[in-house]
Design a protein around this ligand. Sequence first.
Ligand SMILES: [Zn+2]
Length: 142
Amino acid sequence: MIKGLRIFFRLRKRKLYKKANSLSSRRSSSKNKNYLKYKEQARVLVKERLDYYNNFYNYKWGKVAIRNQKTRWGSCSKRGNLNFNYKIVLLSSKQADYIIVHEICHLQEFNHSQVFWDLVSKTVPDYKEVRHSLHMNSLRLG
Ligand SMILES: [Zn+2]
């Protein structure tokens, strides 16, 4: 009786383990599906808003990449390549614009100094509020 129960639990444990594994792989493939689904949309949005704000800033960038990043909304490399998270299409236009402007300003100021924030505030005067609303979720800006 006890032996039977033990085998029963062992079998059950193995099944649960398998189930957990298949759930996590299903979850990661749905993440990739979202990336594929929104990537081109994000690219169109990012290019359009980059051009729009760069009418004001007039800086030069290298490549623009849309990435499936876990921790970042965007980043700017020392060579002036810009990366954006595809999830930018899921944000409000205010939040998306702030991310675009933030990275554009890094082309000029590669830091978060007051000079940098002054540049940001020229086109997004309420950047502090928008920044705060973005901090509500776990992604950061580079
Ligand atoms: Zn930054």
